[in-house]
Design a protein around this ligand. Structure first.
Ligand code: 5GP
Length: 188
């Protein structure tokens, strides 16, 4: 099977990363497909199983860890497991497409270390922590506790930016989308 390229997008939640990733996936000429992660957290809002995530219960998730089905996995929040199934790469490469990951910084760097030549790792940075918190509140999908937990995590995540190939500051979304498109097109 021919290997495609891997594009890792990592960022604190509330950075606008998901919007940028969706935009790129819609650009057919780039031939990108989304690596659907598995998670043990519950679906949020309009999220669909097998599209946004493969939603698994904690036990099924742990069984897949034991069976070595994951390329990488993490317990991102207490009892909330997230991971990339090896079968996702095979599925997407078989379609002749490049893989896009929307995953956390540690998972992203893990993928990069396993596929150093094929991976472009992009860190999407919110203009500030204050702006990030404001975006999370506007989204109205998380409880106050969750928002504070995400902000605390973001502070730590920002320190990983230097380990990525590129840091993309999402100040103006239109500009950030264009920059992301060019980065991906050039790497292909
Ligand atoms: P959320 O619950 O907001 O969808 O995601 C929480 C965090 O888990 C985010 O930082 C997200 O990027 C990360 N995440 C999602 N999928 C994966 C994955 O497959 N592996 C890892 N390591 N993190 C992931």
């Amino acid at each position: 099977m021919e290997k495609g390229k891997l594009f890792v997008f990592s960022a604190p939640s509330g950075s606008g990363k998901t919007t940028i990733v969706r935009y790129l996936l819609a650009q057919e000429e780039l031939k990108l497909d989304f690596s659907i992660s598995a998670t043990s957290r519950a679906p949020r809002g309009a999220e669909v199983d097998g599209k946004d995530y493969y939603f698994l219960d904690v036990e099924s998730f742990k069984n897949k860890i034991n069976d070595q089905k994951f390329l990488e996995w993490e317990e991102v929040y207490a009892n909330n497991f997230y991971g990339t199934l090896k079968s996702e790469l095979e599925r997407i490469w078989a379609l002749g497409k490049h893989v896009v990951f929307d995953i956390d910084v540690v998972g992203g760097l893990n993928i990069k270390s396993q596929f150093p030549e094929e991976t472009l790792a992009i860190f999407v940075k919110p203009p500030s922590l204050e702006e990030m918190e404001r975006r999370l509140r506007n989204r109205q999908t998380d409880s106050e506790d969750k928002i504070l937990e995400r902000v605390a995590k973001a502070e730590k995540e920002l320190s990983y930016a230097k380990d990525f190939d590129v840091v993309l500051v999402n100040d103006d979304l239109k500009v950030a989308k264009k920059e992301a498109f060019d980065l991906v097109a050039n790497f292909i």
